[in-house]
Write a protein that binds this ligand. Structure first.
Ligand code: BMP
Length: 260
């Protein structure tokens, strides 16, 4: 089914979710559908990458629980870098407990994720309570949540009816849920944003079950909106040049779609 695609700008206008609106606007303005997964264990190194790669991305994805030296100062600097380069921050926390527990994991502890992450994500295994818990504090602070509808890893159980259930939960909680972590488009509703990890140019996977597709495959064939790239950039000889390459590959695939 080939139908005319809406542009990021048109989709931003349709969005009522403040974070989705902001992200589509950034994607349009910066001409980037690239999210960088900065999976390093040093806060100093993370901040350097964020500053170097920041101009080319719409979103920076973090796993702050792998940092050896997390601090409040790190958070302040990360926020300043996000502002400087106009990207959003997505903490890939994958909440997966009962509502009351995820609420505490979101606002307290060492990381206080709700204070600084524009976007978080959640598994739907616990049922809608996980979303209700997070949204209690997330909605007043104008944060957004992505539901994990599919995973990139080999043997993932998030398929079929499970994926369909994720879409239903998103539709029923669209004041907080802004889209999906997935491997392809899950709904035609233009207000939901689809983000796919497992993206690399010229790689097929790793030794631990990761599976890769190219930016063009993800955007053109599978119709995802945002490509999430980690080691494809991190391990490159020239990460900045490589980030530009991914930005162009991803955006060109999007432009080809919109022109059809
Ligand atoms: P890489 O491009 O280096 O394979 O990194 C992928 C990133 O996306 C990792 O941070 C991983 O935790 C995350 N991820 C994934 O690979 N597959 C999923 O289905 C969901 C993820 O969050």
């Amino acid at each position: 089914k080939q139908k005319k695609m809406l542009t990021y700008q048109q989709r931003a206008a349709l969005c009522t979710h403040p974070v989705a609106k902001r992200l589509f606007t950034i994607m349009h303005e910066k001409r980037s559908n690239l999210a960088f997964s900065v999976d390093v264990t040093s806060a100093t190194q993370l901040l350097q990458f964020a500053d170097d790669i920041g101009p080319y991305i719409c979103l920076l994805k973090t796993h702050v629980d792998i940092l050896e030296d997390f601090s409040q100062d790190f958070v302040t600097r990360l926020q300043a870098t996000a502002k400087k380069h106009n990207f959003l921050i997505f903490e890939d926390r994958k909440f997966a407990d009962i509502g009351q527990t995820v609420l505490k994991q979101y606002i307290s502890g060492l990381y206080r994720i709700c204070d600084w992450a524009h976007i978080v994500n959640a598994h739907i295994v616990p049922g809608p309570g996980v979303i209700h818990g997070l949204s209690k504090v997330g909605v007043p602070k104008e944060r957004g949540c992505l539901l994990i509808g599919q995973m990139s890893s080999q043997g993932s159980l998030a398929t079929g009816e499970y994926t369909t259930a994720a879409v239903k939960m998103a539709e029923e909680n669209s004041n907080f849920v802004m889209g999906f972590i997935c491997q392809g488009s899950l709904t035609d509703d233009p207000r939901f944003i689809h983000m796919a990890p497992g993206v690399q140019l010229g790689g097929s996977g790793d030794q631990l079950g990761q599976q890769y597709n190219s930016p063009a495959q993800m955007v053109t064939e599978k119709r995802v909106d945002v490509i999430i790239v980690g080691r494809g950039i991190l391990n490159a000889e020239d990460p900045v040049a490589t980030a530009k390459l991914y930005q162009h590959a991803g955006f060109e695939a999007y432009e080809n779609l919109s022109n059809n």
